[in-house]
Design a protein around this ligand. Structure first.
Ligand code: SDX
Length: 372
């Protein structure tokens, strides 16, 4: 009998990403995440996810140029955002605008692989523009035009502040984007593949993924982590807070994982980045409270930190508003989602599992005037 969460169910084959939950290993097309975090860039990693091999200099330059020229958002979608209530969550705005983006596709009927590869670049490039435009519009400010050069990470930070980021912060965000780019058949990627399996367009498949990612048990966890750290607010309050939360059977966001039974290899890098950012900003409080939290949950729940735990303090110390944490996750995972969507289109197969019926036996139809 399959459990409701499809634990350990192998739903498809894929060449894109391999996870070893016992050993805590993660590779994209066989390239280890530690090597990518140390040597690669988000753009190079996106190319690897889309094409199955690391790019040559020329291929990387071509991809970077295509990303640069795809960042701008049509003016009518900026107008659309001005019609939305400022209180609307950034993830809900994101799925709304991505949904409308199809109206600006040059040829929606072209479902060829090259056309969909162009859409993968377009969606990857424009997603952060939507997030950062909303961040300004909801405050009554004009959006910052995207850079027509520079990295995906630098452009995100530039559109957030209107100023070019310092080299360390741009590089740190680039590493975080590499770490978040793909993760096998997680809930949002599975949602994207199920939608693409019906031959729905790439925009629809990405909207499915965005909707799944927004949940607090998945991508929405990072925002909850930093909110928890704010509630604790002081290192002396960490253990009493956690003791009370666990006593109330609360889930501690940022801990546990459906696949990893050991340290999430991505958390290793994010923990180090949180420590370094604390030292650089002169405010190590968020890192230190995270460390006490991690030790306490390890001891009392035997759970490891996942990718969302330390990314929370990393993004906060980068000056990223708390409710943009999940959109930043999406600004990276869009590369993985689109890679899986391309693979699902190539599979050319509807995803339609079965459900084991556990309901009541066949019953006679009772006319309404005879029902109790
Ligand atoms: C991401 O799948 C992916 O790859 C996702 C992701 C990616 O890159 O795409 O890695 C990104 O989504 C990371 C996970 C972010 N979510 C959170 O941090 C939310 C908090 N974590 C949990 O809700 C939970 O750990 C899950 C949802 C992540 C995994 O849960 P499972 O596999 O369904 O495990 P479970 O709910 O069956 O829990 C097993 C036991 C339970 O104890 P009992 O009720 O059986 O006594 O562990 C406990 C749970 O109560 N538990 C936790 C806990 N996580 C599990 N208890 C307290 N706090 C937690 N965080």
């Amino acid at each position: 009998m399959t459990t409701a969460g499809l634990e350990d169910v192998v739903a498809t084959t894929s060449r894109i990403c391999d996870l070893d939950g016992e050993l805590g290993k993660l590779t994209y097309y066989g390239v280890d995440i530690h090597d990518l975090a140390q040597h690669s860039s988000f753009e190079e990693t996106a190319y690897l996810l889309w094409h199955g091999k690391l790019p040559t200099q020329a291929q990387l330059a071509e991809t970077e140029s295509a990303l640069h020229s795809s960042r701008a958002l049509p003016g009518r979608l900026i107008d659309l955002m001005h019609l939305l209530p400022p209180s609307m969550s950034p993830m809900n705005v994101l799925r709304t605008v991505i949904s409308a983006l199809v109206a600006f596709d040059s040829d929606p009927s072209d479902t060829s692989a090259p056309a969909n590869e162009r859409r993968a670049i377009r969606l990857t490039a424009v997603l952060p523009t939507i997030v950062m435009a909303w961040n300004r519009i909801r405050e009554g400010l004009a959006p910052v035009e995207p850079l027509d050069n520079g990295s995906h990470a630098a452009n995100i930070l530039y559109q957030l502040t209107g100023k070019l980021p310092d080299e360390y912060t741009a590089h740190a965000l680039d590493i975080a984007l590499i770490l978040h780019a793909d993760h096998e058949l997680n809930a949002s990627t599975f949602a994207a593949r199920v939608t693409a399996g019906t031959k729905a367009d790439m925009y629809a498949s990405v909207v499915s993924a965005l909707s799944a990612l927004s949940g607090p048990l998945h991508g929405g966890a990072n925002e909850q982590v930093i909110r928890m750290l704010h509630k604790m607010n002081d290192i002396s309050k960490v253990e009493p807070y956690l003791e009370d939360a666990l006593a109330r059977k609360e889930r501690i966001m940022g801990f546990g994982h459906r696949v990893y039974r050991t340290e999430d290899p991505r958390a290793t890098h994010l923990r180090a980045m949180s420590k370094e950012l604390g030292e650089r900003t002169g405010d190590s409080r968020w890192y230190e409270m995270s460390q006490v939290t991690e030790a306490y949950i390890k001891e009392h729940k035997h759970l490891n930190a996942n990718v969302d735990f330390y990314s929370a303090s990393v993004y906060y110390m980068m000056g990223i508003p708390i409710d943009l944490d999940t959109p930043i996750f999406a600004s990276s995972r869009i590369a993985g989602w689109t890679a899986h969507i391309l693979e699902q289109y190539a599979n050319n197969r509807l995803i339609r599992p079965r459900a084991e019926y556990v309901g009541q036996k066949v019953t006679e139809y009772t006319p309404i005037d005879e029902r109790g």
